[in-house]
Design a protein around this ligand. Structure first.
Ligand SMILES: [Zn+2]
Length: 67
């Protein structure tokens, strides 16, 4: 079975600051959404290294992808 990697054709993602280590990452992982009662909320992102701290399920998927 030929599973083709499609990383080359993925569009570049905007950089986000990791909420945990404060480093900019071009592979932000959505971990939370902050909602305000009086206005629009915002999304909280983490870098792939820190994402598992917020989303335990993400660590499993990352290790799968790195094979
Ligand atoms: Zn981080």
């Amino acid at each position: 079975m030929a599973t083709k990697e499609r990383q080359d054709v993925e569009p570049p993602r905007p950089r986000r600051m990791c909420v945990y280590c404060q480093e900019l990452t071009d592979r932000p992982v959505f971990v939370d959404a902050v909602e305000q009662g009086t206005g629009p909320g915002w999304a909280v992102y983490a870098c792939p290294s820190c994402a598992h701290r917020f989303r335990p399920d993400f660590a499993a998927r990352e290790s799968e992808r790195r094979r």
